[in-house]
Design a protein around this ligand. Structure first.
Ligand code: S3P
Length: 187
């Protein structure tokens, strides 16, 4: 079963995903990194040169491609992957466990301020709470639609010295439970 991390920018998909892959002893891939490497430019440049719809098409093709092999991977998706119904349908299939790293817009905005490399944040003039509220309004129902496991990340950041390691451990535990539930349904 592949594991795909979904959630907004700054929810920690890449760091948690990499640690999770280490725990599960399987390959880790970050969809944005793969795209940047293949296209030979940054996501910001892709948005500038080709526009967001073109990026979304490449993102969808890549999702299909990376999840096609049976060998299970951990994949950190881009925050907007759920926008296309085609991607949500792929994520709902049984060969994928989707983990939503969830947080409030306020919490995400406070974390994203330090990172200016994202085109959507640059276009909005920074990581404003309003932008995150708007993205959350549209996307939260879409993340919820595909998620098999939902984790509120805030308590981990408030109570753990190493929140991402603790999150990876917790997600691994939740995935074991999910696998057991799925095995009961379809032995
Ligand atoms: C986006 C999130 C980014 C990247 C692109 C668009 C989004 O990925 O795919 O800038 O629409 O939320 P991260 O969630 O990894 O930052």
């Amino acid at each position: 079963m592949h594991v795909v991390l979904v959630g907004m920018m700054s929810s920690g998909k890449t760091t948690v995903g990499r640690r999770l892959a280490g725990r599960l002893d399987r390959p880790f891939l970050d969809a944005d990194d793969v795209l940047q490497e293949r296209l030979g430019c940054t996501i910001t440049e892709v948005f500038e040169e080709h526009g967001e719809p073109w990026f979304r098409e490449r993102e969808a093709e890549l999702l299909d491609e990376l999840l096609a092999p049976v060998e299970p991977i951990v994949l950190a998706s881009g925050g907007g992957v759920v926008l296309l119904e085609r991607n949500r349908a792929r994520l709902r299939r049984d060969d994928v466990a989707v983990v939503w790293l969830q947080a409030t817009p306020e919490f995400l905005a406070s974390r994203a301020e330090r990172k200016a490399h994202r085109p959507l944040l640059a276009a909005a003039g920074g990581a404003t709470v309003d932008l995150f509220r708007e993205l959350d309004r549209v996307r939260a129902p879409l993340y919820a639609e595909v998620a098999d496991v939902t984790v509120d990340i805030r308590p981990f950041h408030l109570t753990h010295g190493k929140p991402k390691a603790a999150l990876a451990e917790f997600v691994a535990h939740e995935l074991r439970e999910l696998a057991a539930r799925r095995a009961e349904v379809a032995p």
